[in-house]
Ligand binder design. Structure first.
Ligand code: NAD
Length: 252
């Protein structure tokens, strides 16, 4: 695809949902700035996009680092002008029972999963505002909407915070032509979900398929396609929403 739809910056774009999102935006004709703390994986996604005729570049971006975030966004803007789309996808989900919940573990989850979204939005919004257009898509979770998960109170709380951040930012930026929406994925087959230590693991994911109405666990591109939609003209009258994409889990 010709990269003529504008530019998109994706955090945590090296693996999982972020990687699928980078590929989907490239297919949709965007110039993709893949960012991650995982340099090798991010570079591999960029190589894959460029080999397929798309346009992408990699930048190291740790969403807990304001300076790093500001510099990467400024660098992208120097090249492309205001970003058209930001997908704030970077996230961590560590299993920690309340008894072992240190202040540090709690704060680190909030720093990545919630404050990291604010940081990239704060960096990208001024140029979007000046241009009068832009779209921000943030990753929440069904755990932030209507689903509990034991040993993940910090994660559930941070992901609930994303739903509020999306609402607040949407209202604050609507008159500047900037739309802000969230995605709340259900169980998606990624490294995070496949980790026995921090999530369901492979066997747990297979079992989950039995109680998910659509009858399978989600794949990263099930989420990526929704991110492309939310950023697109097709979603021009949507803002402040967090869309559940879970194969019917919450309603089943
Ligand atoms: P993943 O673990 O496969 O990928 C997460 C990405 O975030 C990785 O590339 C990782 O390097 C990056 N990351 C972590 N800390 C970072 C930091 N400080 N700065 C920059 N990048 C950082 O996870 P995934 O399953 O692809 O999840 C992507 C998003 O979707 C996350 O926000 C996650 O919470 C959310 N989510 C996933 C599921 C699921 O079932 N997989 C369900 C609901 C929500």
């Amino acid at each position: 695809a010709m990269a003529d739809q504008g530019s998109v910056l994706i955090t945590g774009g090296g693996i999982g949902i972020g990687r699928a999102t980078a590929l989907a935006f490239a297919d949709a004709g965007y110039h993709v700035i893949v960012t991650d703390v995982l340099d090798k994986q991010g570079e591999a996604v960029v190589a894959e996009i460029n080999a397929g005729g798309g346009a992408a570049r990699f930048q190291h971006l740790d969403v807990t680092d304001s300076k790093n975030t500001d510099a990467v966004v400024a660098d992208a803007e120097a090249q492309f002008g205001a970003l058209d789309v930001v997908v704030a996808n970077a996230g961590i989900a560590h299993r920690v029972p309340l008894a072992q919940m240190s202040d540090e573990k709690w704060d680190h989850t909030f720093d990545v999963d919630l404050k990291g979204i604010m940081r990239v939005a704060r960096a990208a919004v001024p140029a979007m505002r000046a241009k009068g257009s832009g779209a921000i898509v943030a990753l929440s979770s069904i755990m932030g909407v209507a689903y509990g998960w034991d040993e993940h109170v910090h994660y559930s709380a941070a992901k609930s915070g994303v739903v509020g951040l999306v609402r607040g930012l949407a209202v604050e930026l609507a008159r500047d032509g900037i739309r802000v929406n969230g995605i709340a994925p259900g169980y998606i087959r990624t490294a995070q979900a496949l980790s026995e230590e921090h999530s369901l693991g492979p066997a747990g994911l297979e079992k989950a398929a039995e109680f998910i109405p659509i009858g399978r666990v989600g794949e990263p591109d099930d989420i990526a396609d929704v991110a492309v939609f939310l950023a697109s003209h097709a979603a021009r009258y949507m803002t402040g929403q967090t869309v559940v994409v879970d194969g019917g889990l919450l309603v089943g």
